[in-house]
Every structure is written in C-alpha cells, then in structure tokens.
Design a protein around this ligand. Structure first.
Ligand code: ZN
Length: 126
C-alpha cells in the first residue's frame, strides 16, 4: 500500500528521525516523539507566520529568536517559559494551541539581540 501524504491545514507534515524535536519551514517536520497534535498545530502556526511576515522578517522576528531561546532553554538559561515568548505564543494562536495561563516575558527578551546576554548569565533565574 502506498503511504499517504500527510497534511495539516494544507501544509505537508513530514516525520524525520529527530526524536522529540519539531520545526517548520514552509512545511511541518516532526520527530517520532514529537508527533502529536499540539506540536503539529504549533509548527503549522509558524508556517502561517512565515507566510504573513515573508522570509526575511520571519527569520529576524521568529526563526533566529526562536532558535536562540531554544538553545538557552537547553542550557537552562532561559528565564521564562519557552512557549510564552511573543513569537511562540503567536504560533500557538495561529495553530489553535492553548497552553493555559502564561506570564509574558520581559519585553527586552523579545528580540534576538535581547536574548544574547542570557548566554553570559551564570544561573537560571525563576
Ligand atoms: Zn515554536
């Protein structure tokens, strides 16, 4: 039997050997352990941001800060919930994902350059 192509709201969904990770770039890519509705909806939300912002603004406002925050979170240096950032929350809204009440991070962490100093902080603050 031929494998069916997967779509979510018109976007292709691909499964990759990336474990519990997921990302999007025009299409949605999920690892086996991240293959769930919440992640697919969220990544779909990022594809909408890309369409609305255009490639360069998307890279500047979403992709770079998101990658930076992701790395900081892995280093336990992100002082706020990853999904509470402006761009991640917006992806949730576009994808119809609800994560409950979240505190918005300080506005200085809204940009890529605002996140960089966090790499040089010693400890994760709560
Ligand atoms: Zn995201």
């Amino acid at each position: 039997m031929k494998k069916q192509k997967r779509y979510y709201n018109g976007k292709r969904v691909f499964t990759l050997p990336i474990g519990a990770n997921a990302f999007s770039f025009y299409a949605v890519f999920v690892g086996k352990k991240a293959d769930n509705e919440t992640n697919i909806r969220h990544e779909y939300g990022h594809t909408r941001q890309l369409e609305i912002l255009g490639l360069f603004r998307y890279l500047r406002r979403v992709a770079f800060p998101s990658l930076t925050a992701n790395l900081l979170a892995r280093l336990h240096k992100l002082p706020f919930d990853y999904y509470s950032s402006k761009w991640e929350h917006e992806a949730d809204v576009f994808g119809g994902v609800r994560r409950g009440v979240q505190v918005q991070p300080d506005a200085r962490y809204d940009t890529f350059s605002g996140l960089i100093p966090l790499f040089f902080k010693r400890k994760k603050r709560k």
